[in-house]
Design a protein around this ligand. Structure first.
Ligand code: IVH
Length: 690
């Protein structure tokens, strides 16, 4: 009997199963750049196998994935033996500060530092989620770019890498004759979204061999390891330098930080967030600060890296197997996890948009417990072919809504039907329609639909619409759930009696709400039009409509052609308005609101060309001394100006207050006139004088 046979059947079989799963997933990840499961899931399987092998060492076969570091190589690229091996890095996964403190304690112990010795100096960096590259320069010219591969031998991807604008092809004269720069090639999130958008279009047009990418890292890996450089060139890649390999000649560097600064001077992108840190507490603070900023970064990171700064100390610390003792990666919670779909529900939004949502077995991902993930729309749900009972990869990156990335292949053992969108609104039963050229289904129930009721009430009550003090989300939920309010006019029929019947509603807050409602009755036509929540009618359109038609009746009775006369109103908006007011129940709501006392000054239509600032575009930035942003905007718009969000050559004025930022810089750069609040007032009074 061999050793392996001495191991009980269950663990032996489990180890066998884990090995074959890990082999499969390693191939998908390293060779095909098309993983089927998230890294965190791979790590879990890997650790389970490691634990089994620790318990039964006979299971530790030479071909076990635990005995191999790094990836296999794809046929098709020339192999490159690294002159200095590309090491991996030890990982701490503790969410808490202990990751940094453990590392610091280990370093101090290994350097035999006394407890009262000065803090060790570190460099703290981002851990970019892309793939490692070695760039070799000889006599100042890029001669070779190679992937990490298994750490000893990588792939020659020079042709593809040459197309990355951020990577210098030539170095300045003071660079050493032989220089290897190491860093991470990655794809920015916005570039990734655009690329996937493009891929989806190609697929929609029938391209057979195209695919979308599951995340920026895989898209980057796919581009770098693309056998056709012409395709690689179209993939938007970026690069950050964080280390080096062989160097011959050049300065006598003392610290890691000094090398990074020098690399920057030689033209390599080095992250602005690289920081020198003294002792564990600085590292803890860095981990926390970066963790908070993670969502705002334009690219994915999966943690931070701490490195001992002094190169002499790095040498003294040395390596264990293939990991340096002087560096550690401190990871953040994973942004992708596997879980099970328990149901697929359809959510109805304020505008009546139907969104398929996967109800999930709760899973901790991206730092929160996720129970719902969007499937976006019918086409996406079909493309991903998500079915009830499936194991899926869920991604939550940043503050974006959690989404189902893909189904884990080969897991479906059950019979489940293909998902189809319902033909009727799941909330009110009205017909659901998908407009030509649109991805979404919409409920046609308008102000009638229960799902749209809460949200249309909230929209109606918001500050920029009817501005009803005291009517927030909680209260809307309560009054709708209690059945006190079914339609908008019911709001103005509220009395103390039915309000005080509500849970936790004191007499004081009831009175406040009633006062808020009373006050809101005196409004303006643009606010009222906007408040109705007509699809495609935002504040600006509502204002244009009011200005053009002068009265609500004129807007309500306008036909599509007449609506198209309004500046900036196109066929989609005109159609939407016309359909809205063609519904008897919508006209009824409007009449009832008026009957309840909602009123506004009605005027004659104003020819927009006659307003003093018609045709002028103004951008607001910073804090003005007395006017709020909304007030300044309202004044400008009332004078006919368009208030835009960003400065361009087409901007006529920038109004800047305290702490104005990049918009002010842009205005100066483009020579756009900049006004302060007084200047703004002068402009409003005598626009021609300026
Ligand atoms: S240093 C000897 N610094 O993480 C240390 N690596 O195994 C060598 N990575 O795939 C790595 N950001 O590509 C280092 N600021 C950073 C990094 C970083 C990302 C990646 C690297 C490698 C893995 C480390």
């Amino acid at each position: 009997m061999t050793d392996v046979e001495a191991v009980p059947g269950a663990p032996r079989e489990r180890a066998q199963a884990l090995r074959s799963q890990l082999h499969h997933h390693a191939h998908r990840y390293y060779v095909l750049d098309a993983p089927e499961i998230p890294d965190a899931e791979y790590d879990r399987l890997f650790q389970e196998l490691q634990a089994l092998e620790a318990q039964y060492p006979a299971l530790r076969t030479p071909d076990s994935p635990t005995q191999r570091v790094g990836g296999k190589l794809l046929e098709g690229f020339a192999k490159v033996r690294h002159t200095v091996p590309m090491l991996s890095i030890r990982t701490e996964t503790d969410i808490e500060a202990s990751g940094a403190r453990n590392f610091d304690a280990r370093v101090r112990r290994e350097l035999a530092l006394a407890a009262d010795a000065a803090p060790v100096e570190y460099v703290a960096e981002l851990k970019f989620d892309g793939l490692a590259l070695n760039l070799r320069y000889e006599a100042g010219a890029l001669v070779q770019a190679a992937t990490r591969g298994d750490g000893e031998v990588g792939e020659d991807v020079t042709q593809n890498i040459r197309t990355i604008g951020q990577i210098p092809l030539r170095l300045p004269a003071d660079a050493p004759p032989v220089l290897e720069v190491r860093g991470e090639v990655y794809m920015r999130r916005d570039d990734f979204e655009r690329l996937n958008e493009l891929q989806r279009e190609k697929i929609a047009q029938g391209a057979k061999h195209e695919k979308t990418f599951v995340n920026p890292r895989n898209a980057a890996a796919g581009a770098v390891r693309q056998l056709d450089p012409a395709i690689a060139r179209q993939r938007p890649l970026s690069f950050y330098a964080y280390g080096w390999g062989e160097i011959q000649g050049g300065p006598d560097f003392q610290t890691h930080f000094e090398v990074l600064q020098t690399l920057k001077a030689w033209g390599f992108p080095v992250s602005e967030r690289v920081q020198v840190a003294r002792g564990a507490e600085d590292l803890v603070a860095y981990h926390r600060a970066v963790g908070q900023a993670r969502d705002q970064l334009p690219f994915d990171i999966d943690g931070v890296v701490y490195k001992v700064n002094a190169l002499a100390l790095q040498q003294q610390l040395g390596f264990v197997t293939r990991e340096p003792r002087w560096a550690v990666a401190h990871k953040f919670p994973a942004q992708e996890q596997v879980t099970t779909v328990q149901a697929i529900d359809v959510f109805v939004g304020r505008t009546g948009k139907l969104t398929p949502v996967a109800k999930l077995q709760p899973v901790f991902v991206g730092g929160v417990t996720v129970t719902n993930a969007t499937l976006h729309n019918e086409d996406e749900a079909r493309r991903k072919d998500v079915r009830v009972g499936d194991q899926v990869i869920v991604r939550r990156a940043g503050d974006v809504i959690p989404e189902v990335v893909s189904v884990v292949p080969g897991q479906r053992t059950h019979e489940a039907p293909v998902f189809t969108m319902p033909s009727h609104c799941p909330v009110c039963g009205s017909q659901a329609v998908r407009e030509e050229g649109e991805a979404d289904y919409r409920c046609t129930g308008g102000l009638f639909c229960g799902a749209q009721r809460k949200q249309s009430l909230l929209h109606f009550a918001q500050r920029r619409a009817m501005d009803i003090e005291g009517l927030g989300e909680k209260l809307v939920d309560q009054v709708v759930d209690a059945g006190i309010i079914r339609t908008l006019p019911d709001l103005y029929r509220l009395g103390l009696a039915n309000l005080s019947a509500l849970d936790r509603m004191g007499e004081k807050s009831a009175q406040n709400l009633l006062a808020g409602l009373e006050q809101s009755k005196a409004t303006t036509l643009p606010r009222f039009l906007f408040a109705l929540g007509i699809r495609h009618v935002g504040e600006a359109t509502a204002r244009d409509l009011a200005r053009h038609f002068g009265t609500l009746d004129a807007v309500m009775h306008a036909n599509v052609d007449q609506l198209l006369q309004v500046p900036d109103v196109g066929p989609v908006v005109a159609e939407s308005l016309h359909t809205f007011f063609a519904q008897a129940h919508n006209r009824e709501v409007v009449e009832q609101l008026r009957a309840c006392g909602v009123h506004w000054p009605e005027g004659e239509p104003v020819a927009t060309a006659s307003l003093p600032l018609t045709g002028k575009t103004v951008v607001l930035t910073g804090t003005l001394p007395t006017l709020s942003r909304d007030e300044a905007k309202a004044l400008l718009e009332a004078a006919g100006a368009k208030v835009a969000g960003s400065v361009s050559k087409k901007t006529h004025y920038v109004v800047a207050g305290a702490e104005a930022g990049s918009k002010l810089d842009k205005a100066r750069e483009l020579g756009v006139p900049v006004l302060d609040e007084d200047g703004l007032r002068a402009l409003l009074e005598t626009p021609t004088a300026l």
